[in-house]
Design a protein around this ligand. Sequence first.
Ligand code: MLT
Length: 304
Amino acid sequence: MYKIHTLNAISNKGLERLPTDQYDIGAELNEADGILVRSAKMHDMDLPESLLAIGRAGAGVNNVPVDRMTDQGVVVFNAPGANANAVKELVIAGMLMSIRNIGPAWDFSRKLEGSDEEINKATEAGKKNFKGFELPGRTLGIIGLGAIGVRVANSAKALGMRVIGFDPGISVERAWELSPDVHQAGSVDEVLAKADFVSLHVPLIDATRDLINAERLAFMKDNVVVLNFARAGIVNEQAMVDALDNGKALSYVCDFPTNLTKNHPKCLALPHLGASTDEAEDNCAIMVADQVRDYIENGNIKNA
Ligand code: MLT
């Protein structure tokens, strides 16, 4: 007999969803063998001594104190690839939104007033402000060729783009084997120097913090579009906003609104929606539940 508790209210009884108020989380946690968590930050939580495993229902594990848990013998699992399609779709949507000015154009339409005839006239006058450009022949640079990066690459190729990629975690040869349709660069800087669009798909670790910074933005192409559906700290926001303000970069599409980005006219900041689909949530929950159960019951470790 084992107990798994989830802070996001998916019970261990067949994964049916339960309202959180049906659980006494504190009491349940005290005896938990496993915890499944989505975005709740666990760094300051008192975790039970009984704990054997944590399952993070997503790709990134930066909301979990992995080092402390590992020192205590608690195995931390994640769900690589389980939400990759959802994130990919939003990256492509963000790219299309940025090049067709969909956010500002929609805002413009919503503010139109008067009769339909007046609206029609204002539309004719206003539409020249929202002219965009097209994707075929443009280069998408992808940093990080894991489950999400490769899917983004494949979709971008289907849209007629050139794709160049680099994965700091694996050799160029291995990346070539995994994603043969992507031109493999030898470094992050090579990707950045050649790309019209840059999409980031690496975890936030010391080596990737401020990966996109003032120095790198300076040698990136003029009018570059940066897409960050990974983690906020991978892009130095002040440097990014400076590049938008001085006309170097065209737009910054990200999944983390902040005071610097949320109202900036060249930023499209979404409230961390990348993995927020019914399918992705179910896939992640089921994957980590299976892994944590398999570990507790059989001692098997996958994706830790
Ligand atoms: C992830 O790391 O996969 C996402 O942040 C998932 C989420 O939104 O919870």
